[in-house]
Design a protein around this ligand. Structure first.
Ligand SMILES: [Zn+2]
Length: 432
């Protein structure tokens, strides 16, 4: 179902006109209210009047996560603190956390965007949705929560963790939808198999995001749980989940362009990429009041298409994120993304999507070892077959990555499962 046909199916000209009008207003508001941007614009020698429409977007300065950190906590806010109705923050694994704020209108727009995503995934008011993202400063839990309430569905606010209780509530309450990270849903599916409760579950769809995943992982989830799954994208700096999501055609994620203008740039030269070319995703918010951002560099790598989708929506589609500019490992000069390993493993079908990359440096040479979980049946088989499988996986990874890879097969469930973003890399080179 299309939640807001008037906004999701505009002609490209209508989208451009709406974006230009909103951008002009936003630039003027930001210039007069945020000292950080006013200074940046003055340094670049531009005034609000110089930005007449989206064709002038590239005149505006970029914003990075470091800019948010340096202006911690409220330095980039464009409204008085008294008008902020909600604060979220990203986990601060390095340096200060990033604090984001929302006005009443910002919260309403967020709820609208998430309701669009849920409707696109087939969630209806009669559905019960289990929100198994973490609640709290992280945007996942509350973002999905209020979006689902806005749509009129019944929300079961489970938050993350306590998998057995998740399954019990899902079964007892008859939840028909779930929102969480894809790796966590795979973990839930494994526990369901162990407890043999799959047949008691009424799940029909899942809204999954918060970490990069692959089509093969989607197939795995859909096959194990007999559900449809949809990819939801977002980041707390820009809003939270609901900036983009994929429809049932799964040909990229529709960006809510009436609120966010996407660009794809070459992360090294900062020049615009052409349609379809992979680069860093950048967003300019055009309706946010509390924390408007010019050209925020997400560090997510993807590509974009402006072609009309078979679902009827005209909104641009971004490809599923292929990794992050800072997730990118450089091993012996070769760019490697954990998602490439995952895709290669899933394509082979004999392994589970659980793997761990161990990067090390021996005698000044980088080494890559990949631990891969294989299905139980291989461990009951003879050694010879395990050896054959090791060679097969090595060959497949070597051709996918263009690197020599040492593969080690491990028994099922030996690689640690995480309930949030799964950790797939141990880079020992950083520990020295
Ligand atoms: Zn579509």
């Amino acid at each position: 179902m299309i939640w807001n046909e008037a906004k999701e199916c505009m002609s490209r000209d209508e989208i451009a006109n709406l974006q230009s009008a909103r951008l002009r207003k936003m630039v003027s508001r930001v210039y007069h209210n945020v000292e950080f941007y006013r200074k940046k614009m003055q340094e670049l020698g531009i005034e609000p009047g110089d930005v007449k429409g989206i064709e002038d977007l590239s005149k505006l300065p970029f914003t990075t996560k470091e800019d948010l950190r340096e202006n911690y906590p409220f330095g980039l806010f464009a409204i008085p603190e008294s008008q902020v109705v909600r604060i979220h923050a990203s986990s601060g694994t390095t340096g200060s956390p990033t604090v984001v704020g929302y006005s009443r209108k910002d919260i309403n727009i967020w709820q609208e965007c998430v309701a669009r995503v849920l409707a696109m995934a087939g969630v209806e008011p009669k559905d019960k949705i289990q929100v198994s993202y973490g609640y709290g400063l992280f945007t996942g839990g509350l973002g999905l929560h209020y979006g689902a309430e806005n749509l009129g569905a019944t929300v079961v606010p489970m938050s993350s963790g306590n998998t057995k209780k998740q399954i019990r509530m899902m079964r007892d309450l008859g939840c028909s939808a779930i929102a969480c990270t894809p790796s966590y849903l795979l973990h839930i599916a494994e526990v369901m198999e162990e407890e043999k409760v799959q047949n008691d579950i009424k799940l029909k769809c899942a809204i999954l995001g918060g970490e990069p995943w692959t089509d093969q992982m989607r197939d795995d989830i859909e096959r194990k749980l007999h559900i449809k799954s949809h990819d939801i994208y977002g980041l707390c700096e820009v809003m939270g989940p609901g900036v983009a999501a994929d429809c049932s055609y799964h040909q990229g994620l529709h960006v809510y362009e009436d609120h966010f203008i996407p660009e794809i740039i070459n992360p090294n030269t900062l020049e615009a990429c052409s349609e379809g070319e992979v680069g860093e995703l950048v967003f300019t918010t055009i309706t946010k009041e509390a924390l408007p951002l010019f050209r925020y560099r997400t560090k997510d790598l993807t590509h974009i298409s402006y072609e009309k989708c078979a679902c009827g929506r005209t909104l641009a589609r971004i490809g599923r994120c292929m990794g992050r500019t800072d997730d990118m490992l450089v091993i012996r000069g070769v760019n490697v993304f954990p998602s490439q390993v995952e895709a290669a493993l899933l394509e082979m079908g004999e392994t589970s999507p659980h793997y761990l990359l161990i990067v090390d440096r021996k005698n000044n040479l980088d080494t890559l070892e990949v631990l891969v979980e294989v299905e139980d049946r291989f461990f009951s088989d003879e050694i010879r077959k395990l050896e054959d499988l090791t060679v097969k996986i090595s060959k497949s990874l070597e051709s996918a990555l263009g690197l020599v890879v040492k593969v080690k097969l491990v028994e099922p469930k030996t690689i640690e499962r995480s309930e949030g973003k799964s950790k797939h890399v141990i880079d020992k080179r950083n520990l020295v």
